[in-house]
Design a binder for this molecule. Structure first.
Ligand code: SIN
Length: 321
């Protein structure tokens, strides 16, 4: 169903709680402020919006992202290599990983997940200021497999019972890069990956419930990949509660799934969503090449006014060169 409140764009919802297609916009040319404002409104309303058939390269991708804020540099340790001209762009491609590290690093991480849903994450929540939003573009895509799925963390929060909402409202949790993985110091590759990541370690404490700075909606701000434990609880209590919350945020009814095609662009609000790449893609075929930019985010705040703080590392910003 098309939402008629927009003048410049056409917005069509694609799932019950999250996701909309946006048509009538050409991302290869500069956008006027009214169009940008409508895209921003649609993003806030639908949490992730999809554009299709866009003929854009890195420069247009960066220009589009800048309409919505300052862009971060790509996360380290990814070196970028071929992307030196575009330090904001993060490449997501098994082929590039294999050329750079001799391995499909994402597949290696997946083999270290501590649970089957270990890949669900919100981008960079190990930073004190996770990005406000991310924009992912498909250059090439496999004929099938490798879809990305998003979940609405606001709907997940609202779907909890009132007593449980009250219970989680003033909890805080630590987020680290390693929370969802079981790496081994006795494995050479694990050790070298840990050294690479730990050289730029980021650890942050965030509210378990984040109040959206623009909409005031409350989101269940935890993810299997990054949330290590809830503060003030024993590890056993924390594990059980997090497992319950993870089950909630990954319920199918809160999610939407995108089948990538060349020219598809997904733009998500990183303050109210988590996402995962389906691990059903054949890395050897090399055709899944995506590029991402992220927009600098602010420091999350909980319902009780608690603000996130960094345990390690600096804020994730554009100045972090
Ligand atoms: C990401 O985590 O931003 C990338 C997701 C994907 O590869 O589909």
């Amino acid at each position: 169903m098309s939402q008629n409140i927009y003048q410049r764009i056409s917005v069509t919802r694609v799932a019950g709680h999250i996701g909309a297609d946006i048509d009538g916009v050409d991302l290869s040319v500069p956008l006027d402020p009214d169009t940008v404002a409508e895209i921003r409104d649609a993003l806030l309303a639908h949490k992730v919006v999809f554009f299709h058939g866009q003929k854009i390269g890195h420069a247009e991708h960066v220009a589009f992202g800048r309409n919505f804020g300052e862009l971060t540099l790509r996360p380290r340790p990814q070196s970028g290599g071929d992307l030196d001209e575009f330090p904001e762009i993060c490449a997501i491609s098994p082929t590039i990983d294999i050329a750079r590290y001799g391995r499909d690093i994402e597949a290696h991480y997946r083999s270290r997940w501590v649970s089957a849903i270990g890949g669900w994450h919100t981008d960079m929540t190990h930073a004190v200021n996770p990005p406000m939003a991310s924009i992912l573009r498909a250059e090439t895509a496999p004929a099938f497999g490798g879809d990305t799925q998003w979940t609405n963390l606001v709907a997940a929060y609202e779907g909890l019972s009132a007593p449980l909402r009250r219970f989680v409202d003033d909890l805080r949790a630590e987020h680290t890069f390693w929370a969802g993985y079981q790496m081994s110091e006795h494995d050479e590759l694990d050790r070298s990956i840990m050294e690479m990541v730990n050289a730029k370690a980021m650890v942050a404490v965030h509210p378990v419930v984040r109040v959206h700075p623009e909409s005031d909606e409350k989101a269940l701000f935890v993810s299997p990949s990054r949330t290590s434990h809830i503060l003030g609880m024993s590890r056993v209590e924390s594990r059980r509660l997090l497992d319950l919350l993870y089950e909630q945020i990954t319920r199918p009814e809160y999610t939407v799934r995108l089948r990538w095609e060349p020219g598809a662009v997904a733009f998500w609000d990183n303050r109210s969503t988590a996402h995962i790449a389906a691990a059903d893609v054949n890395a050897a075929d090399g055709s899944r090449i995506l590029h991402r930019v992220t927009i600098v985010g602010d420091i999350p705040v909980g319902p009780d006014g608690f603000s996130s703080y960094a345990v390690a590392g600096r804020p994730f910003g554009s100045a972090d060169r």
